[in-house]
Design a protein. Structure first.
Length: 70
């Protein structure tokens, strides 16, 4: 979202990679889409946010795994 909270400037989405890969591995595929004329600073922020999301998702999953098997 933009600073006004009304305009979408980009999109980060998890892409489905198939039943076997989703079910039996911890690999994830994410896509980042944004307009071509968007400033380089906003593009870099979106890509950085994607990296942070992936890191947080894996940390949450590891925490849940540890709670189940401890």
């Amino acid at each position: 979202m933009s600073a006004d909270g009304q305009t979408e400037v980009g999109k980060i989405s998890k892409q489905w990679s198939g039943f076997l890969r989703e079910g039996f591995t911890d690999a994830d595929n994410f896509g980042v889409t944004f307009p071509v004329d968007l400033s380089i600073q906003v593009k870099a922020t979106l890509i950085g946010a994607c990296f942070l999301m992936v890191k947080d998702i894996h940390a949450i999953l590891m925490y849940r795994y540890l709670l189940i098997f401890m």
